[in-house]
Design a protein around this ligand. Structure first.
Ligand SMILES: Nc1ncnc2c1ncn2[C@@H]1O[C@H](COP(=O)(O)OP(=O)(O)OP(=O)(O)O)[C@@H](O)[C@H]1O
Length: 231
């Protein structure tokens, strides 16, 4: 579903991403760890078409992002650390608005169904977004991804600043998304959550993917040790 082939990004003389090769299949949750400045967001931005590769390719469902981002963006969704929504609209109005932007017009029942599926109870659907917690906003972001029928979802530090309950809820939602066949690419600093949520863990250092391990092969303590030894 997601593929990087010798993907490289330079800013002038500085190489932020050095020849990334990676494949992420439907149902996989790839969690990318790495210090500040390692190249995680650069990688995501190349897949989102926000940045253009210097060399190499980013592919979504075998379509190269460069020159085709209008097509590839229809197949993906993006959940940043803080999901940008309209504070003066309700949860269901935001979902309706962003679904329509993506070309989908749903009935109120269907919209409510997406919000329910991500754990937002019916009573809050009509409340203004400005009253939502960070965790609730993240859930609306996931509901938009579902409504868009995204095949792959990119997340940049989605659990940063969430309390343990909201993190656990978000983790369960991600597992549900993966079980339904979505491919998830998540940049995170949370080693313990990465092991809990991920099927694979990558460690990036100075623009290079130096480890790519299955979570069946490593536990949280081993990963923490590996991470600290690597960076
Ligand atoms: N527009 C730019 N011009 C020059 N250098 C840039 C630019 N954007 C990013 N960089 C550099 O590229 C490197 C990778 O940045 P990136 O944002 O991908 O890191 P990151 O792993 O996501 O870090 P963080 O965990 O802090 O979000 C950093 O050294 C950063 O300073």
């Amino acid at each position: 579903m997601l593929e990087a082939i010798n993907l490289n990004k330079q800013y002038g003389a500085f190489t932020a991403l050095k020849g990334l090769n990676l494949k992420i299949e439907p149902g996989e949750v790839f969690c990318l760890l790495g210090q500040n400045g390692a190249g995680k967001t650069t990688t995501i931005n190349l897949f989102l078409g926000f940045l253009e590769a210097t060399h190499g390719k980013a592919l979504i469902n075998n379509v190269e992002v460069k020159h085709n981002s209008e097509t590839t963006n229809k197949m993906i969704a993006y959940i940043p650390e803080v999901v940008q929504l309209y504070g003066n609209l309700s949860g269901i109005e935001n979902l309706d608005f962003f679904s329509r932007l993506a070309g989908y017009a749903y009935s109120p029942t269907d919209l409510g169904g997406f919000l329910n599926r991500v754990g937002l109870v019916t009573e809050v659907h009509s409340k203004k977004l400005s009253t939502y917690s960070k965790g609730m906003r993240q859930k609306v972001g996931v509901a938009i991804a579902l409504a868009k029928n995204a095949k792959a979802i990119f997340m940049d530090e989605p659990t940063s600043g969430l309390d343990p309950k909201a993190t656990a809820e978000f983790t369960a939602i991600c597992k549900d998304l993966a079980a339904s066949g979505k491919a998830i690419f998540m940049a995170t600093h949370d080693i313990f959550n990465a092991v809990e949520i991920g099927t694979r863990i990558g460690i990036m250092k100075e623009g290079e993917l130096v480890y790519d391990v299955s979570t069946t092969e490593i536990n949280a303590n081993e990963l923490q040790e590996l991470y600290l030894k690597t960076i």
